[in-house]
Design a protein around this ligand. Structure first.
Ligand SMILES: Cc1cc2nc3c(=O)[nH]c(=O)nc-3n(C[C@H](O)[C@H](O)[C@H](O)COP(=O)(O)OP(=O)(O)OC[C@H]3O[C@@H](n4cnc5c(N)ncnc54)[C@H](O)[C@@H]3O)c2cc1C
Length: 432
């Protein structure tokens, strides 16, 4: 089905970043926008919506507030509409649960008329009879094809689970990525031997969940990571100053060879585990010990998972390599949860317009400071710019800022003011 109407902006993917863009575009009368999502509805990382798990940022980092503190789509207005605003005030907690954040985002979806679900984009072409993009997609269930036209495109397709090569063909109900955890949680929690691999926030949340709710007597729970320690995400105000436009400005002008080195040194700014959760895990282990219950766990750092094969029983044999001792050893498990993170993938639907896109020598997008990947500022990306703009690319708190920059660039005027100098420290050499 061809929709010949012309849109000013088409967003591909409706995760928090493009949803925020849709909400910030909604009040701008001069912009006709449409946002396309492959899934039937908004559901934020559904496999990890564990009870009690929280955002790692304040509620102020909602979809819009940091770009437009008067927006009707802010979290506080959601609370007002739910009749919970005063209770939130008494609750006095800046951090909301992920389930609550998901409810809030779904509420924003309900208010917007520029979102279309069940729209899996398969191709972006360039209009031959004018400066516009033709976006083609299919309905995931009926297979019906459809297309629209737009002058600007904003790609917000997020990231994909990162799975070790040797495990990819083994995925199923016993070997799973953390993004699938809730789907299999009931079966996993009845397992005799469980191994969680990885040491980020997802690994810690799953380990803690199993530690709290493990249902089988004699269950053995292992938490294995390649990292040299179970480390906490930095939580200091001077580190938070690095999640700002001022730091992005600094990082952006570093050399291409320096950027990856700097990012490698910044693990604790965006990876690792919330320190309260690390402590809660320790406290739970301590409680189990003092209550006289055998502590049924193995926790190991410096161990890299190298291989997996079916065991003679109904489970799996995992081969690990101890990075410091340079020795291999094996572990058996019935269920393996690979909390091995996420990776950025090149959007598969850009083949027809490759010639319009800016690439660097490594074949990655060469993204402008204003998040465009073409010369004319008509094609933008969200959350794909870690190699150019730094570690804050996936950070929810910077979504409204990035959206304000994209909107201002498209409009050619400052519709949403952005805060530039908001830090006490200085990241580069003093200007002469
Ligand atoms: C479990 C988890 C918790 C996190 N918690 C935090 C946190 O507390 N604070 C923080 O700052 N960051 C957090 N992050 C990091 C980050 O902010 C999130 O990953 C966020 O969801 C990224 O938003 P996004 O819009 O880029 O992508 P996504 O949320 O991944 O959404 C992308 C959407 O694009 C759709 N899509 C993909 N391809 C197509 C296509 N071809 N056609 C149409 N649609 C398509 C997908 O279906 C998906 O819905 C978390 C990440 C995870 C995994």
């Amino acid at each position: 089905m061809e929709d010949n109407s012309m849109y000013d902006i088409a967003g591909i993917g409706i995760g928090p970043f493009n949803l925020g863009l849709a909400a910030l575009c909604a009040p701008i009368q001069s912009l006709k926008t449409i946002f396309l999502e492959a899934q039937p509805e908004f559901n934020w990382h559904a496999g990890m919506l564990l009870p009690g798990s929280t955002l790692q940022v304040s509620y102020l980092a909602d979809l819009v507030t940091l770009a437009d503190p008067c927006s009707a789509f802010m979290y506080l207005n959601f609370l007002r509409k739910q009749g919970r605003l005063l209770q939130f005030g008494i609750h006095e907690n800046n951090v909301i649960t992920r389930r609550e954040y998901n409810r809030y985002c779904r509420w924003v979806c309900d208010q917007l008329s520029n979102l279309q679900f069940n729209w899996h984009v398969t191709d972006v072409g360039y209009g031959e009879d004018g400066p516009y993009y033709r976006i083609t997609g299919v309905h995931p269930f009926t297979g019906a094809s459809r297309s629209i036209r737009a002058r600007h495109v904003v790609i917000g397709i997020g990231t994909q689970p990162s799975i070790p090569g040797f495990a990819a063909s083994l995925l199923g109900d016993q070997v799973l990525h953390s993004s699938q955890y809730l789907k299999y949680r009931a079966a996993v929690s009845h397992s005799k031997r469980i191994v969680v691999v990885g040491s980020g926030q997802s690994a810690a949340e799953i380990f803690y969940d199993l530690l709290q709710n493990g249902a089988v007597p004699g269950q053995h729970l292992s938490w294995m990571t390649r990292s040299p320690r179970f480390y906490a995400m930095e939580h200091t105000k001077l580190s938070f100053e690095m999640a700002t436009p001022a730091y992005i400005d600094h990082f952006y002008q570093l050399s291409q060879t320096r950027k990856p080195v700097t990012i490698q040194q910044q693990d604790t700014l965006y990876k690792g585990v919330n320190y309260q959760l690390i402590n809660a895990i320790y406290d739970r282990l301590y409680e189990l010990m003092t209550e006289g219950m055998p502590v049924p766990v193995t926790l190991m750092t410096n161990v890299s998972l190298k291989e997996m094969r079916p065991s003679k029983t109904k489970g799996w044999v995992l081969q690990f390599h101890h990075e410091e001792q340079e020795q291999c050893f094996e572990l058996e498990a019935e269920h393996i949860i690979l909390a091995t993170g996420y990776k950025t993938i090149a959007p598969p639907f850009l083949k027809s317009i490759k010639h319009l896109i800016r690439y660097d020598a490594q074949g990655h997008f060469n993204i402008t400071r204003k998040y465009a990947i073409d010369e004319k500022d008509t094609l933008f990306v969200q959350n794909a710019e870690m190699h150019t703009h730094g570690f804050t690319a996936p950070e929810l708190g910077l979504g409204p800022y990035r959206n304000a920059v994209i909107i201002n660039t498209i409009l050619g005027t400052t519709y949403y003011p952005v805060d530039e100098q908001t830090v006490f420290q200085q990241f580069g050499v003093p200007l002469q």
